[in-house]
Write a protein that binds this ligand. Structure first.
Ligand SMILES: [Zn+2]
Length: 180
């Protein structure tokens, strides 16, 4: 049954499989971005020839990632014409996100404000550049969800929305990165 919740307030994260625990207080919906097994998996044999010395220090990488995500958020907010939204974001540890997700968004329609959580670099187990790409994909993914907030939502539509959002965000990401 479609619940009576007009999603004036909601959230969303990217999940890997059907989430069983979909009950949310205050009729909020959480949408997650799934980790798709890319995260927290020990590298299957460190890439040969990876120069450990070239890796920035954790603090430097974190700072870099922070700037990177902030830039990408501004870029995609513009691209998706979401400028009327006030969007904040923060890094979150894997344990603070819904199980098996790498990002989530919470929005408040009347206030036109939204908050995005992106997996903390510390919890990523992938090469630095791949991690940055993945963080950008999380931003795009969650913003696409935000773009869809005015559509009717139900538990039944959740799976198809997730698939559509995955497809759209991956296509946008690919187009943007082709240009370079
Ligand atoms: Zn999603």
């Amino acid at each position: 049954m479609v619940s009576a919740t007009a999603q004036s307030v909601g959230s969303e994260a990217r999940t890997v499989a059907a989430e069983s625990s979909d009950s949310h207080p205050n009729a909020q919906t959480v949408r997650d971005r799934s980790d798709e097994g890319k995260v927290l998996v020990p590298p299957a044999g460190a890439a040969p020839g990876t120069a450990e010395a070239q890796r920035p220090s954790p603090a430097e990488s974190r700072e870099f990632a922070q700037k990177y995500v902030a830039e990408k958020l501004a870029l995609w907010q513009r691209n998706l014409k979401l400028s009327e939204w006030k969007i904040s974001w923060a890094m979150a540890h894997y344990s603070d996100l819904k199980p098996r997700t790498v990002g989530q968004i919470h929005w408040d329609m009347p206030r036109q404000s939204a908050a995005i959580l992106v997996l903390d670099p510390q919890d990523y187990r992938m090469p630095f550049n791949a991690m940055l790409d993945d963080m950008e994909l999380t931003i795009i993914h969650e913003l696409v969800h935000l773009k869809l907030t005015s559509l009717p939502h139900s538990e039944a539509s959740r799976g198809s929305e997730e698939q559509a959002v995955n497809g759209i965000s991956e296509a946008l990401f690919a187009l943007e990165h082709q240009k370079k």
